[in-house]
Design a protein around this ligand. Structure first.
Ligand code: ADP
Length: 292
């Protein structure tokens, strides 16, 4: 429920009293609602035990994506850490989901827009600040070398967390350690350009906006190998069939991307293992066995 304290705070930041609140399901981490005030809708999400800067980091990621100018994200209206009177919250422009009247055109527009996003590059892998993936910390310490970035900033912290959370049996840990040891060889031929990534692009994190326009949400932004992003779009399903072909036409992936794909799915799988538990364990093991 949206607590009275948060409602009062929203009235302050919006400069008008919320008149209608509709709760939204589907978010895996936060509570969310459509809040109407003076005839305008806002998307509000909040979290009671959010770590410091939780929504500030999401807002920064959204701003980075918006600054790319190539793909729509909801505009950030306000955010705050928890305070005695209210939980941490983020207020965004409300995106009206349009029916997919032309699914093919949407898929093509989405593939091309993501390709344009990935053409935005930087001198280093990582980012000038850390952020979160789901509610887990995501370290973005900048590096010139992608393989060591993927190992030290992505796989190893999740493996250590899984160990601390008792989600690694000895077999799984052994498999993961072997993958990590062989990463240089396994990732041979990978991209060497740090691309701007959404960072958590599963099907719950995009919408069809007005005019069939793709809108991306809830990012965990950093500069990385764009194959990681593409691999994630093929992990849990839900992306339109022509999406990948349109992406590939606009910005072809390097040869060998299919061979590296499951390795790049390992990061989100470990994140899911840590967030949601053993339900993701078998897929982690399966990926490791492919490469070990
Ligand atoms: P969580 O951080 O809990 O995963 P999300 O940011 O992914 O929450 O939002 C949950 C759902 O709410 C999304 O899957 C989407 O359907 C909807 N949603 C997110 N942002 C907006 C928005 N700005 N306007 C309208 N609906 C939104």
């Amino acid at each position: 429920m949206i607590a009275g304290g948060l409602k009062a705070r929203l009235a302050e930041v919006l400069g008008k009293t919320p008149t209608r609140v509709q709760y939204i399901g589907g978010g895996s981490i936060n509570q969310a609602a459509r809040v109407e005030a003076a005839g305008i809708s806002y998307f509000v999400k909040w979290k009671h035990s959010a770590p410091p800067q939780f929504f500030e980091r999401e807002a920064r990621g959204l701003s980075l994506l918006q600054q790319s100018g190539v793909i729509r994200v909801p505009a950030v209206i306000a955010h705050s850490d928890s305070a005695p009177q209210h939980p941490a919250y983020l207020v965004l422009e409300w995106i009206e989901e349009s029916p997919r009247a032309e699914p093919l055109a949407f898929a093509v527009a989405f593939g091309r827009a993501l390709a344009d996003l990935h053409r935005c590059d930087a001198p280093h892998f990582g980012l000038d600040h850390d952020n979160f993936i789901g509610e887990l910390p995501q370290s973005n310490k900048q590096k010139h070398d992608w393989v060591s970035f993927y190992r030290d900033q992505r796989l190893l912290p999740q493996i250590e967390m899984a160990k601390a959370r008792r989600r690694l049996n000895p077999t799984r840990e052994g498999l993961l350690r072997k993958v990590v040891e062989r990463l240089d060889t396994l990732l041979e031929g990978c991209a060497d350009t740090p691309s701007l990534l959404h960072g958590d692009l599963w099907s719950g994190n995009f919408m069809v906006g007005a005019g069939n326009q793709p809108v991306i949400l809830d990012p965990a932004v950093y500069y990385g190998d764009r194959e990681v992003e593409i691999a994630m779009t093929d992990l849990f399903g839900g992306f339109p069939p022509r999406f990948l072909a349109a992406y590939q036409e606009a910005f072809p992936l390097f040869p060998g991307h299919e061979r590296r794909k499951a390795l790049y799915q390992l990061y989100p799988l470990l994140v899911h293992l840590n967030l949601f538990g053993e339900g993701y364990g078998a897929r982690v093991d399966e990926v490791c066995r492919k490469y070990v």
